[in-house]
Design a protein. Structure first.
Length: 289
């Protein structure tokens, strides 16, 4: 069976995220290891790392993935921003290694004033630079995107180009997001569209590269190119699609985590489950029977 979970806040410290996951009934988890909207990151104390890993083992929550900062743009034509992005992603991978995480989820980037081809090349070169001295540890999971603006990654061909061009391809995996797939034009809400989507993914990338799924409904219809997540069953993806995903034997055992809207802002001291997470996880578990 898929291992279901949600993205949890690290307010109050990283171990709090695991405690929130347990209170919510998560089997798997996604977190930020630092503020997603800042370049700087506080060092992770050894005691906090040890407590995080012990809590995850005690509560049997695995695997755990990190989502990289939204500021990182490996496709940036501006050398200063690109160098800063490479340094930030290196730090994100170091933090994930220390915490024993499955992988770091990364949006490939935006080519802004450049070209799509140049952007894909810059991403590939940055990945090789980062992994040139990393022989083991956490994988980098390229996330398929919704296709807003000049963002890369909204076509499977983009991800395939990066992976096939990278010397460090054995360190790369993929994260698919149900909202992003639909928004980008992959009509997974239809039975034939679902089949065609995963056939294309298998042909261009390979299901062995798929390490994580984000389960989100979409506020907008197929091909909107708009990244707006909705609660499970309340958007254009629909319950039938989530039932297909959860029952697909090719995806058995994969971690699948929610990035759906929350009801409450997290109190740093609290581990109380967010009601929206409870509703969305229950909706998914109901579909599994």
């Amino acid at each position: 069976m898929p291992r279901l979970g949600a993205h949890m806040s690290i307010a109050g410290g990283l171990p709090r995220a695991v405690e929130r996951g347990r209170a919510t009934g998560c089997d798997a988890l996604q977190i930020f290891t630092k503020s997603a909207s800042q370049w700087r990151a506080r060092p992770l104390p050894a005691e906090e790392i040890a407590t995080f890993r012990a809590r995850a083992e005690e509560f049997d929550i695995h695997p755990i993935a990190a989502h990289a900062s939204y500021l990182i743009n490996l496709a940036a034509p501006d050398p200063t921003l690109r160098d800063r992005s490479i340094a930030a992603l290196t730090d994100e991978l170091d933090r994930a290694d220390a915490l024993g995480l499955l992988g770091v989820v990364l949006h490939p980037g935006s080519y802004t004033t450049g070209t799509e081809a140049d952007g894909l090349r810059l991403v590939t070169e940055a990945i090789d630079a980062i992994f040139s001295t990393r022989v083991a540890g956490t994988k980098l999971l390229l996330e398929h995107t919704a296709g807003q603006g000049t963002n890369l990654g909204h076509r499977f061909e983009h991800l395939a180009t990066i992976i096939d061009g990278a010397s460090a391809r054995d360190r790369l995996g993929v994260c698919l997001d149900t909202c992003h797939l639909l928004a980008a034009g992959y009509d997974i809400a239809l039975e034939q569209g679902y089949a065609d989507t995963f056939d294309a993914f298998e042909s261009l990338i390979g299901l062995d590269r798929l390490h994580l799924l984000h389960l989100n409904d979409s506020k907008f219809a197929c091909g909107s190119r708009r990244d707006r997540h909705d609660h499970i069953g309340r958007g254009w993806v629909g319950l039938k699609t989530f039932a297909r995903l959860l029952g697909d034997p090719r995806l058995a055992g994969l971690p699948m985590v929610l990035e759906t809207p929350k009801d409450n802002r997290q109190n740093p001291a609290a581990t109380t489950p967010d009601p929206a997470d409870l509703r969305n996880l229950q909706a998914l578990r109901d579909l599994m029977g």
